[in-house]
Ligand binder design. Structure first.
Ligand code: 16G
Ligand code: ZN
Length: 531
């Protein structure tokens, strides 16, 4: 243990409040910022071990995404920019909950279990969002890394997807791009400008987009990026952090859950608007029509728009690649029906949480994944990218093929394949609308959402609910699913499910039906069945 004396001494500066137990959940650790100092130090330690194990750079992002400003959190990023492997989530929880005197034992357990060679070098990339607590918490991560002799690069204020991107660039020796914020802007803006050349006659009105930055890091980064876009996108930035509080009455989560526009944003009738969340890994679009009615284009609509565009390009390019859309139980039934019946694309449903969707999307040539809440991206298999690149270079391809494959190539470069990215997704959506000459209203009209309602139910122990079939059916408690089935039968075009939340101590209830009244009433009845 002598080699860890330095760790032991340093850890005393980041003491764990006795008895506090936290779990590395769907989105890492999340809690009130004041409880997290020891967690950050320990995640610095764990990231260093993970780096030694994988012989790669690992990322540590300090953020609590859409949660209130007083909260904070931390997520580890694996070598290719994806979420940390599930077995290491358990290590994270063990290490986080060890009392001071057993910290070194816990550390050694992990080293032994994972057969880590402590002589390997370690490298950790660190980023943070704009929360007041993020500065000192990311310093605690630095302390953890340094106390184990790891090297670190502190990127300071970055969006979550920017840090994922940086980690991937570093571990692929620059093949994915250069591991700097500037490199990120250059790669994305270059691809965007190439794409918009295919829509030369856009008016200023069509180039204009109102962006709600959730008073967070996304607003800051959007400002930095604007110059790179050379007026091909004219961003009207609201909730830029100069006045309002992070995520308060604004941002993607607020808009999606409340189904209404954010505060602090002026929107003219028919004007295209979008909201980022607090760490800019989610986006939703919306507009109000001339009758003042609010229309939301959530993750399902985004996934549909992008997959339709890609499918069309594949056909034009004559490429035989399988495209699939990955959704969760929350996907609106209309979107699933449209994709399967009209678009004839494969639709696959997974459990909630980005890592599940990401993993499922990796199984296809092209996997488009979006959660209804606006988190998503597109993954292209290595083989698919190779085929596309070969066709770009093919001198015998006719003009239609050439155009389509060039568009595909630039679209790949515009997409952040490591994780959902509000800025990248926004540019993809803007490019697709421009190229296809679609207004936000045309996009909205692709299909009509079934009315739906979500509720949270407080129960004494949410873990008694166990689900199967991608969380669409409850296995326990006995009788619950039968009760839900018989309630659903009372409504038209209805569907409902319950699942224990992975981030809050509640059970979530979702219902949809042919009318809003029906969806509300079904959600209410199902909530009562949960008690
Ligand atoms: C986390 C997940 C998000 C999921 C949400 C569900 C990541 C990066 N984030 O925020 O994808 O939709 O949890 O929360 O995986 P719930 O389990 O409380 O409903
Ligand atoms: Zn987020």
């Amino acid at each position: 243990m002598a080699q860890f004396e330095g760790v032991f001494q340093k850890s005393k500066l980041h003491p764990k409040p006795g008895g506090l137990m936290l779990q590395y959940g769907t989105a890492g650790f999340r809690a009130q910022a004041k409880h997290l100092d020891h967690i950050m130090f320990r995640m610095g330690l764990l990231a260093t071990l993970r780096s030694k194990k994988t012989k790669s750079t690992i990322g540590v992002m300090v953020t609590a995404s859409h949660n209130p400003e007083e909260d904070n959190g931390v997520k580890l990023i694996d070598p290719m920019g994806e979420m940390v492997a599930a077995s290491w989530e358990d290590h994270a929880t063990q290490l986080a909950n060890a009392e001071q005197e057993s910290l070194l034992t816990e550390l050694e357990n992990i080293i032994e279990k994972e057969t880590i060679d402590m002589n390997e070098p370690a490298s950790v990339y660190i980023g943070k969002d704009t929360r007041p607590s993020s500065g000192s918490l990311s310093q605690a991560v630095v302390d953890g890394v340094s106390s184990l002799g790891g090297k670190f690069h502190d990127y300071g204020l970055v969006t979550t997807p920017q840090l994922h991107y940086m980690v991937c660039c570093r571990n692929t020796n620059g093949c994915y791009g250069s591991a700097t914020v500037e490199g990120y802007y250059q790669k994305l803006s270059h691809a965007f400008l190439q794409l918009t050349q295919n829509a030369p006659n856009r008016t200023d009105d069509q180039k204009r987009l109102v962006v709600d930055g959730a008073n967070g890091i996304g607003a800051l980064k959007m400002r930095e990026m604007e110059a790179f876009l050379r007026s091909e996108l004219q961003v009207v930035l609201s909730n830029d952090g100069s006045r309002g509080k992070l995520n308060h009455l604004c941002g993607a989560d607020h808009v999606k859950v409340q189904q209404k526009p954010p505060e602090g944003l002026t929107m003219g009738a028919g004007e295209r608007c979008c909201s980022f969340d607090g760490d800019a890994d989610r986006i939703v679009y919306y507009y109000t029509d001339s009758d003042g009615r609010f229309h939301l284009q959530d993750g399902d609509k985004i996934g549909t728009l992008i997959s339709t565009y890609l499918k069309e390009l594949l056909t034009q390019a004559g490429l035989d690649l399988q495209i699939a859309v990955v959704q969760t139980a929350y996907a609106n039934g209309s979107s699933t029906r449209y994709l399967e019946d009209v678009m004839k694309v494969t639709v696959c449903c997974t459990k909630t949480g980005v890592k599940h969707l990401h993993h499922a999307a990796q199984q296809y040539d092209i996997g488009v994944y979006f959660e209804a809440n606006g988190h998503g991206t597109v993954l292209f298999s290595k083989a698919a990218q190779k085929q596309i690149l070969e066709l770009v270079k093919d001198p015998n391809a006719n003009d239609e093929k050439k155009r389509a494959v060039k568009l595909l190539d630039n679209t790949i470069n515009l997409i952040n394949q490591t994780v959902g990215d509000a800025i990248s997704d926004m540019l993809v959506i803007e490019a697709v609308l421009a190229i296809r000459g679609m207004s936000v209203q045309d996009w909205d009209a692709i299909y009509t959402d079934l009315p739906n309602r979500q509720f949270k139910v407080k129960v004494s122990d949410r873990c008694v609910i166990d689900t199967t079939d991608a969380e669409r059916r409850a296995v326990t408690p006995v009788g619950l699913q039968e009760a839900i089935d018989s309630l659903v039968k009372k409504y038209k075009q209805a569907r409902a499910f319950v699942r224990p939340s992975g981030t809050e101590d509640v059970v979530r209830v979702y219902a949809e039906a042919d009318t809003q009244k029906g969806a509300d009433s079904l959600a209410h009845e199902v909530s009562l069945a949960v008690y």
